[in-house]
Design a protein around this ligand. Structure first.
Ligand SMILES: Cc1cc2nc3c(=O)[nH]c(=O)nc-3n(C[C@H](O)[C@H](O)[C@H](O)COP(=O)(O)OP(=O)(O)OC[C@H]3O[C@@H](n4cnc5c(N)ncnc54)[C@H](O)[C@@H]3O)c2cc1C
Length: 446
């Protein structure tokens, strides 16, 4: 069915021509995902500026059977914000103009943000009242509240404060018939019925358009210590993880990376350098923190690393001595996706396994890759503290993206099967949109 142009014209009148984009050059940025993997041209890009406009647009699209794909910062890695290439006629609804922080309450440890607020701006609003919004990852300068909640995003601090879902107290959602579900309460305890918000958290826009959320804050961190550590194996990394958890400090990040990641970051990272010599098979970035400045975090970190070194679990370590150094450590981790993308074609996965199964998972994936695709390069990096390891298979030099995608077509399925066999998941934090099926329809009425 072709979307009647009358509908688009009506939407342009409702939202204003500037907020109902149809020109090819205006629509183009919304027609491809961050990695350039998924493409699909929407009939229009709608940019409502209020909840009432979201309602009006949803009703108009519903009346014409026009599918709606909500979009936030478009940093999603599963193609969820891109219309299906051969799917039904669809529009993208970008929430970028709904970007107000409606309320911040330090005593309540909560904040109400609209769906189009960039995650970084939520963190800044929390910091302005001496609080922390703990959701954090490399794309936080672009990803938005609606997208983060709809993918149930994780990131580097999941091991301490959970995924996005764990940080939501209430939601405001426009439903497919245009009604608003107003569950924007900040109450902590509420057993008065089903917690409906959980249908939308991780729902990837399939059940409604999130327009605002009441979010949980935690005390601001007053001390942070960060170390970059060389370890001989994932087993050793796991032993170090246990030690850190038992050290008395709050472990807020524990990232594992294989040596090849550092080589690629040095190659592609515009001068970015590893804090340690690249001669160890694996590395870990660990961060501990405290909400009170008197907590002797440095001692805790040094003592724990010294004990781990004695036990052979750690072979070398660099401790950040100031904020600039800490930021440099983190740039290695956070610039990784971009360095990896620019380095060459790869197929990847977003798997999780129980934390104790991380070493076996890495070993089994490495073996499967070596057997099935010996010419490829095995990469493993991720949030080892919560069991979410992103493995990928890099193409040999010179191979085109299309050729490698064809050659390594079954690699992701092989990784997913290993994760599931170990009691894990094929989608730890990115969502499942295009992982479930390549062609996807959404919000269709007939
Ligand atoms: C460099 C980089 C690093 C990343 N690191 C991590 C990481 O460590 N952890 C992690 O979890 N993710 C990570 N991601 C993935 C991505 O940032 C997250 O999935 C993020 O939550 C997407 O937010 P977004 O606003 O960009 O959403 P989009 O990509 O715009 O949309 C994502 C999904 O949410 C839906 N959606 C968007 N807004 C709404 C709304 N208002 N209502 C209903 N549905 C909506 C879309 O339809 C789509 O299905 C990374 C991405 C990049 C590019």
């Amino acid at each position: 069915m072709i979307a009647p142009m009358g509908t688009i014209q009506d939407l342009a009148e409702t939202l204003g021509a500037n907020n109902c984009l149809t020109a090819a050059e205006d629509v183009a940025p919304y027609a491809v995902d961050w990695r350039g993997t998924y493409r699909g041209v929407p009939r229009a890009v709608l940019r409502p500026g209020s909840v009432a406009e979201v309602q009006a647009a949803v009703r108009a699209c519903a009346a014409e059977g026009l599918a709606i794909v909500p979009a936030g910062g478009r940093t999603g890695l599963c193609g969820g914000a891109i219309v299906a290439e051969n799917g039904p006629p669809a529009v993208v609804m970008s929430l970028e103009r709904l970007n107000r922080i409606r309320a911040v309450d330090a005593r309540d440890f909560s904040l109400v943000a609209e769906a189009g607020c960039v995650i970084q701006s939520v963190q800044d609003a929390a910091a302005s009242v001496d609080r922390l919004f703990p959701l954090s990852w490399g794309a936080q300068g672009s990803a938005m509240v609606g997208g983060a909640l709809s993918t149930n995003a994780g990131g580097i601090r999941t091991l301490r404060w959970g995924n996005a879902r764990d940080l939501v107290l209430g939601l405001e959602v426009v439903l497919p018939d245009g009604r608003v579900l107003n569950d924007l309460r900040r109450v902590r305890k509420d057993n008065s019925g089903y917690a409906l918000r959980h249908l939308f958290l991780g729902g990837e826009g399939t059940l409604g358009v999130i327009t605002a959320a009441a979010l949980r804050l935690v005390p601001a961190l007053k001390r942070v210590e960060t170390a970059f550590v060389a370890v001989p194996s994932p087993e050793a990394a796991l032993s170090l993880f246990s030690r850190m958890m038992e050290s008395g400090a709050e472990v807020i990040a524990f990232e594992l990376m294989i040596r090849r990641c550092l080589e690629i970051v040095e190659l592609m990272g515009n001068g970015l350098r590893s804090p340690l010599p690249i001669d160890s098979p694996w590395y870990v970035m660990v961060e501990i923190a405290a909400a009170h400045p008197a907590v002797p975090l440095r001692d805790m970190l040094e003592d724990t690393l010294a004990a781990a070194m004695e036990a052979g679990e750690v072979t070398d370590a660099a401790l950040a001595t100031n904020e600039a150094q800490r930021a440099t450590f983190w740039r290695i981790r956070e610039d990784w996706p971009d360095c990896h993308r620019r380095h060459g074609p790869a197929v990847g996965a977003d798997t999780s396994v129980p934390v104790s199964a991380v070493p076996e998972f890495c070993a089994r994936v490495a073996a499967a890759f070596a057997q099935g695709w010996p010419e490829g390069d095995f990469i493993a990096l991720g949030h080892a503290g919560d069991g979410n390891i992103h493995v990928s298979l890099n193409a040999p030099p010179g191979m085109s993206r299309e050729a490698w995608r064809e050659r390594a077509r079954d690699a992701e399925a092989a990784v997913n099967a290993i994760a599931v066999d170990l009691g894990g998941s094929f989608s730890a934090e990115h969502g499942s949109a295009m992982r479930w099926r390549r062609t996807r329809t959404r919000w269709r009425w007939t």
